[in-house]
Design a protein around this ligand. Structure first.
Ligand SMILES: [Zn+2]
Length: 455
């Protein structure tokens, strides 16, 4: 991977690749689109599932102290009173008196409309929660909100989870799910959208141990991004100043990524203290406490919260993986996606459409597809097919040729090094599984023509 890949990956190139190859489409495109809403295409949905799967494995499956949860999007309206969202989840909105564009007052540089220079209205507070009605009557009594964060679903289930799972502090509850915020100024593709997906974990600890757990989780979360291939020079940690802390937070650090539009938040890690459980105890009247049987004390745990965006991480993974190299057909675009994230793991490429070759290739395809995502491609030259797979980040291509009929072996070609190895068909599945698990690829470097015989 070249050093200046980030500068190569402009947002225009990423958006264009995403549409061309079926990662991400504009929502309702045939109707002209809907503001900042996006749909994940056949490759995008695989990538997104892989991002969530990598998070779930890292945060839950490989640990003893975190369990999962999946709560409803619609919750009792009092939840958002307790959490402070009804009162405080607002942005100051101003409108241009000339062109009627709306802006977030706190994000503006001057006192004029950035678009036309017109005069702006006085700011009014605008709640970012989407409101809807439950049941057939649309009145104040039936108002519910689409959740603006997944965290509250965790807090209100604190006792259910702790009791049913017989948990002792410290322990965490994690969930992935859709979240809605009626942002005044969404933008930058899938970076800021009104409907998005969060990956959040609330880690409950004994008060007094919260600072060391905060440090621990900051390091863990940084290591997750690096472990999935994000270059460390494109990641940084930004502790919040006292003046920018959210009302619930004792301290907070953002993991930031160097996006094409500059350093921006990828994930926030907050020490929420006992704010949420205290608030829910007050408003619900149900005491949400922990009984420490070692010290015989009742207390409200403190909470460390790493809160990441699925869409935002996916965008960072795409940008960091994007690369271009000159080749004889112009430009070779490669996504150096981590093998755990790549939408397609293996492509099966028969070098001939003759029945004896394609029959073997199809048999190989059906033996591999139960194990991982595969693609079968027998159209155009082998060079073109390699390019297509490189562009979507497929780590391994398997070519089947006439020699395969003699030696019962196939060639595996690795995306980044373009090295090749010859493997007996009988061993193929095990070899690919080992490579996908991270075994080094020790092969021959192919020439510019890619080594494999032409179709
Ligand atoms: Zn204006």
């Amino acid at each position: 991977m070249t050093e200046n890949s980030t500068t190569k990956a402009t947002m225009e190139k990423i958006v264009s690749l995403c549409k061309r190859r079926g990662f991400i489409f504009q929502s309702s495109e045939i109707y002209g689109g809907l503001g900042s809403c996006w749909d994940y295409g056949p490759l995008g949905v695989e990538l997104k599932r892989n991002v969530k799967e990598a998070w779930w494995r890292f945060m839950i499956r490989e640990r003893d102290d975190v369990v999962g949860l999946d709560t409803a999007i619609l919750m009792h309206p009092q939840v958002w009173v307790a959490s402070g969202h009804v009162q405080g989840f607002t942005d100051p909105l101003v409108e241009c008196k000339a062109c009627h564009l709306r802006w977030r007052a706190d994000a503006l540089q001057g006192i004029k409309c950035p678009s036309c220079g017109g005069e702006l209205t006085e700011p009014r507070m605008f709640n970012l929660m989407f409101k809807t009605f439950m049941g057939p009557v649309e009145d104040a009594a039936s108002v519910v909100y689409l959740r603006p964060e997944t965290a509250q679903g965790i807090f209100v289930n604190f006792e259910n989870v702790m009791m049913s799972q017989r948990r002792k502090l410290p322990f965490g509850i994690a969930q992935i799910g859709k979240t809605f915020r009626n942002e005044i100024t969404p933008g930058n593709f899938i970076f800021r959208t009104r409907e998005f997906e969060q990956m959040e974990m609330e880690f409950f600890v004994k008060p007094g141990t919260d600072e060391q757990w905060f440090t621990y989780w900051v390091e863990q979360r940084l290591s997750w991004y690096k472990g999935l291939g994000i270059r460390k020079e494109n990641l940084r940690l930004r502790p919040h100043g006292r003046d920018e802390l959210a009302h619930y937070a004792r301290c907070c650090s953002d993991v930031e990524y160097l996006f094409p539009m500059g350093w921006s938040e990828l994930e926030g890690i907050a020490n929420r203290g006992d704010f949420d459980l205290t608030q829910h105890s007050k408003v619900s009247g149900k005491r949400l406490e922990y009984f420490d049987d070692e010290t015989n004390e009742h207390y409200i745990p403190y909470v460390i919260e790493p809160s990441a965006g699925v869409d935002r991480s996916l965008l960072a993974f795409l940008i960091d993986a994007y690369d271009e190299e000159p080749d004889k057909e112009g430009t070779r675009v490669i996504l150096h996606l981590h093998r755990d994230l790549a939408p397609v793991k293996v492509a099966i490429l028969p070098l001939s459409r003759k029945e004896e070759v394609s029959g073997v290739a199809r048999k190989i395809h059906s033996s591999l597809r139960p194990c991982f995502m595969t693609q079968y491609d027998d159209t155009q030259s082998i060079g073109r097919r390699y390019r297509r797979q490189d562009e979507i980040g497929t780590p391994f291509c398997v070519t089947v040729d006439f020699q395969s009929l003699e030696d019962h072996a196939v060639t595996i070609r690795e995306r980044d090094s373009m090295k090749q190895i010859r493997v007996p068909i009988a061993d193929l599945k095990q070899v690919v599984l080992a490579k996908l698990a991270g075994e080094p690829f020790e092969g021959q470097t192919a020439t510019a023509g890619e080594g494999a015989s032409k179709a």
